[in-house]
Write a protein that binds this ligand. Structure first.
Ligand code: C2E
Ligand code: CA
Ligand code: CA
Ligand code: CA
Length: 281
């Protein structure tokens, strides 16, 4: 009976009703976005912090709608996740990223975000295998990023999924490490190759100031990750000082606006050509 009354409330609350209509319109537009080819892949560079060399790119999806303009992934990804549309987007992203990375020098990798629903889908390993076969990309050039929040509900299924992917020869990274209610025990429980420290840890950092708590925690996560044999990357590098700090604590890799914004595939190829001569130190 309680459910019914909630339903009735919804129908008669004009504001809630209009936001539901707006949401449904958004869902319709997302469905159409595939056919109308409104999705595009952008690529953001990642660097080796000591050598300054380009190591790879993270693929990030963009949605350009003729009326809505550019809609951020933080808006449409959660909706696609709820409506299971993320599976189709995920396949599209994976295939597109692998095909694009095939044009890059073989020592560069492409990192692809894997959504919680994909991680739980046992068929996803087949999707990976197909993307690798169709693109002819070397498995070690593909990195799959999964977010920490997915692992919160302890589940053996996810562990064996990750192990299956690893057998295909791809790299696996844990994204957004330290964000929210994270448990560092995941780092040893799952076979990750890389951990990506959440960008919130760099936010408060300023050179010359006493180290704030976030900077100290970042340092500790770097040490922990390296002790466990993982590659450690920090995201959200926006200033030279932040990069310098990462180098001083020996964080392996860095990604952020200071080093390069997400860019279309064509620009990424140009970026690769230029970066070959751009080393620091
Ligand atoms: P994420 O995986 O943590 O991706 C990094 C986000 O940080 C990107 O936002 C990127 O543009 C942004 N970023 C990069 N450098 C900086 C910086 O220096 N400062 C700041 N403030 N931000 C920076 P974006 O592209 O808007 O993506 C947001 C989230 O949407 C991603 O977070 C990811 O969770 C999700 N997402 C994006 N593309 C995909 C995709 O293809 N598949 C799935 N499943 N999720 C995706
Ligand atoms: Ca990511
Ligand atoms: Ca992240
Ligand atoms: Ca995220």
């Amino acid at each position: 009976a309680k459910k019914q009354s909630l339903c009735a409330y919804r129908i008669f609350d004009p504001q809630m009703r209009s936001s539901m209509i707006e949401r449904n319109a958004l869902i319709d537009d997302i469905r159409e976005a595939f056919d109308k080819e409104q999705f595009e892949l952008y690529f953001q560079p990642q660097f080796n912090t000591q050598k300054g060399s380009l190591v790879g790119f993270e693929a990030l999806v963009r949605w350009q709608h003729p009326v809505r303009g550019s809609v951020p992934p933080d808006v449409f990804i959660p909706i696609m996740e709820e409506n299971k549309m993320i599976e189709e987007l995920g396949r599209w992203v994976l295939m597109g990223a692998c095909k694009e990375a095939k044009h890059w020098p073989g020592d560069l990798f492409v990192a692809v975000n894997v959504s919680p629903l994909q991680l739980r889908n046992p068929h996803f390993a087949l999707t990976i295998g197909r993307a690798l076969a169709q693109s002819a990309l070397k498995p070690e050039q593909l990195e799959l990023e999964i977010t920490e929040s997915v692992l919160l509900d302890e589940n053996d299924g996810e562990r064996s999924q990750i192990e299956t992917w690893k057998k295909l020869g791809v790299q696996v990274a844990l994204d957004d490490v330290g964000k929210g209610y994270s448990s560092l025990s995941y780092l040893s429980q799952f076979p990750f190759d890389k951990i990506k420290i959440d960008r919130s840890f760099l936010k408060a950092f300023e050179a010359g100031k006493p180290k704030d708590a976030s900077a100290v925690i970042l340092h500790a996560i770097v040490e922990l990750g390296k002790t466990l044999g993982k590659t450690v990357i920090a995201e959200g590098v926006e200033t030279a000082d932040q990069l310098e700090y990462l180098r001083s604590v020996d964080c392996d890799q860095a990604q952020g606006f200071y080093l390069g914004r997400p860019m279309p595939a064509k620009e990424a190829r140009k970026f690769i050509r230029k970066s070959r001569s751009l080393l620091w130190r």
